[in-house]
Design a protein around this ligand. Structure first.
Ligand SMILES: O=C(O)C(=O)C[C@]1(C(=O)O)C=C[C@@H](O)C=C1
Length: 287
């Protein structure tokens, strides 16, 4: 199986892919939209894409592509611990605090805000397409006194020296990645990484109905359905027009989920089930 992911080698997404699919062919891509594109074009079977970080919240580009551009099912989810380290070219190992710029993915920079504010105050940050892309850039520019925020595997792969470890602001730092598929298929759950099932539903509210969100939530509540997440995103059709993405803590069944969908449709909502899938955990991030 070919699996597209946000590359290059040694991103956190790569670590998530290696964790759940150790024997498959990994295809690194430059951006999240590229991952969706290759999936739509049938060049890969699956794509693994970051969707939410415990410190920074949702990866909006992923949500937007899921809703507006890609109509592919989510068939799995991987949660992985995230440990961020500051790394430099080995030539500058002892002079990391003379760094003139810190390169990384915007989410990684945000996860280390307190560290950057106290230890490298005023030093500019530069956004890269991924943490590993930053590490690769540092490797290619030994003449510059610059640093990257990335993971341990990236330090190893790109031959960098970790100057400061575990610089993320809070110990509990995890990211959720979704597995999106060219076609419906079931992932193997016969692994200790398997933790349970969930269903992701997109709901668009009718525009002119008072209390609509309350009614939507009631449809889940009286059926005793546990929601693990509710998130709103703009529909991009006008100010104030939003849709909701709701994660229900159960596998799609024959009764409860179809019952919710029918009730919401009767209220004038548009309902779209984005996937019903197993979720997996790669462990804990505590250092
Ligand atoms: O840049 C990476 O290494 C990624 O895999 C992307 C990403 C993200 O989009 O949030 C994934 C996990 C971390 O939260 C930081 C960056």
């Amino acid at each position: 199986m070919k699996i597209g992911f946000l590359g290059p080698q040694a991103t956190f997404t790569d670590i998530a892919v290696r964790g759940l699919f150790p024997n498959e062919t990994r295809i690194p891509l430059q951006t999240i939209p590229d991952c969706f594109d290759v999936l739509n074009e049938g060049k890969v079977d699956l794509a693994v894409i970051p969707i939410e970080n415990a410190l920074e919240g949702s990866v909006n580009i992923t949500l937007d592509y899921l809703i507006h551009e890609a109509k592919k099912p989510i068939i799995g989810e991987i949660t992985a611990p995230i440990r961020q380290h500051l790394m430099v070219h080995p030539l500058h190992q002892d002079k990391w605090n003379e760094t003139t710029a810190v390169y990384s993915h915007s989410h990684a920079i945000a996860q280390c805000h307190k560290f950057l504010h106290t230890e490298l105050k005023g030093i500019p940050t530069v956004n890269t397409t991924s943490t590993a892309a930053a590490a690769s850039y540092i490797k290619d520019h030994p003449e510059l006194k610059i640093a990257a925020i990335a993971n341990e595997l990236a330090a190893e792969v790109y031959g960098l020296a970790i100057a400061q470890s575990d610089i993320h602001d809070f110990d509990y730092n995890h990211t959720r990645f979704i597995v999106v598929s060219k076609e419906e298929q079931e992932l193997n759950t016969d692994t200790p990484l398997f933790k349970g099932h969930k269903t992701t539903i997109m709901v668009t509210l009718p525009l002119d109905r008072a209390g609509a969100l309350h009614q939507v939530l009631s449809a889940f509540a009286w059926r005793n359905l546990n929601l693990s997440k509710i998130e709103s995103r703009p529909m991009k059709t006008g100010l104030g027009n939003y849709f909701f993405i709701i994660d229900v803590d159960m596998q799609k069944d024959e009764v409860l989920i179809p019952g919710v969908a029918a009730e919401l449709e009767a209220l004038g909502c548009r309902v779209n089930i984005l996937g019903s899938y197993p979720y997996f955990s790669l462990g804990s991030s505590e250092a």
